[in-house]
Design a binder for this molecule. Structure first.
Ligand SMILES: Cc1ncc(COP(=O)(O)O)c(C=O)c1O
Length: 367
């Protein structure tokens, strides 16, 4: 091959349809922003992490595990799947793990959809869904959120066609924090055919306090239901990339076939095992987040009455066309939030001091 050092635009080596996908735009680094603004530190409330550091024992367990990092990890993820099985009362053969639950969502699409098959979800929801659909060749079918910013499950049921292979129900919904309750989910599952996989994405399950919101794991007697969970949020392991799913043994086995080999790393397996041993501390931290979430919601509603109730670790400001401007105003005052142009702004619940700083900015911008 000769390298002429010149680009030949006519020569296309990658798929043309990928041009339509947005490039990933990483969030602002708090360190860079602080330097730019001349502040001691900036506050990042943009990625739905819990602000209290790794759970006790996680750093030690990971440090110990990586002394063996010249070896591949256990590809069967046996110890971790057994620990998850024990904790959640689900057979280990129903469990698969992955490099974050986002990877498992991708694997599920890979395991269910051929090009042209339909992936159905509510919109606005988790930004990864359209990207996963597009990269797998599945057709995205988006059903608009209802007036309260949540899933319209009746409209979603009506949108199922004989090409629909998978439906994503994000509960609580990212980025709006809204929920689907048991009665409506029961009705939806009774309506959707048993040949359609219904994936309950419960990344924020640990922050749910409304007793009417069902635990997806109680639906596993339905073979077409899959539950996605992550250790990135409440369990504090976002940087280690570890998520898991529970499904029928057949679906779980199919996902384990399409998973990138060894993608649950040695460090992730060790960190997850240590974190799962700290459930009481995880719950204590979630309670702090929930109390702050409710405090922030109440304060924000005085400025913007349409703020919906959130059952996750973030709140949604339905600012429409003012979203980007609000995001910029926050950033100019050292607080990084997540604007969705033309739609709204998602703000992650931080420590009480971080939340106070954000509320001060919100008051000055919105009052
Ligand atoms: C709804 C939802 N699902 C899944 C994920 C992915 O989490 P992870 O890949 O870190 O497990 C996120 C992360 O933001 C999310 O909001």
């Amino acid at each position: 091959m000769t390298d002429t050092g010149r680009h030949q635009p006519a020569l296309r080596l990658t798929r043309a349809d990928l041009d339509a996908l947005p490039n990933y735009v990483p969030g602002r680094s708090p360190a860079d922003l602080a330097r730019e603004l001349g502040l001691d530190e900036a506050i990042k409330l943009a990625s739905n992490e819990v602000p209290y550091g790794p759970l006790p024992g996680v750093v030690e367990a990971v440090t110990e595990a990586v002394t063996g990092s010249h070896r591949y990890p256990d590809m069967g993820v046996v110890a971790l799947r057994r620990a998850l099985a024990d904790r959640y009362g689900v057979d280990a053969e129903r469990i698969a793990t992955g490099c974050g639950s986002v990877a498992l969502a991708e694997h599920l699409v890979r395991a269910t959809c051929l090009p042209g098959d339909e992936l159905l979800y509510s919109w606005r929801s988790f930004e990864a869904y359209p990207i996963i659909a597009a990269t797998s060749g599945a057709t995205s079918v988006r059903v608009p959120n209802d007036a309260g910013h949540g899933h319209d499950l009746s409209a979603m049921a009506a949108a199922v066609t004989d090409r629909t292979r998978m439906v994503l129900v994000c509960n609580p919904n990212n980025p709006t924090g809204t929920v689907v309750r048991k009665a409506e989910l029961d009705r939806f599952l009774d309506t959707v055919g048993e040949d359609v996989l219904v994936v309950l994405d419960e990344a924020y399950r640990e922050f749910v306090t409304d007793p009417a919101v069902p635990d997806g794991l109680t639906y596993l007697d339905r073979p077409n239901v899959v539950v996605l969970r992550t250790l990135s949020k409440a369990w504090g392991l976002a940087g280690l990339r570890i998520g898991w799913m529970a499904a029928s043994p057949e679906v779980a086995a199919a996902v384990r076939k399409v998973v990138t080999p060894f993608s649950t790393s040695l460090a992730a397996q060790a960190g997850a095992l240590a974190a799962l041993g700290q459930a009481d501390e995880m719950r204590r931290r979630c309670a702090l987040v929930v109390a702050e979430r409710d405090r922030i919601t109440e304060a924000l509603r005085k400025l913007l009455p349409a703020v919906p109730s959130s059952q996750a670790n973030f709140v949604w400001l339905p600012l429409g066309d003012r979203a980007v401007e609000f995001g910029r105003a926050c950033e100019a005052r050292g607080v990084i939030v997540r604007p969705f142009p033309g739609d709204g702004v998602r703000v992650t619940v931080g420590t009480p001091a971080e939340n106070d700083a954000f509320l001060a900015v919100a008051e000055s911008v919105l009052a």
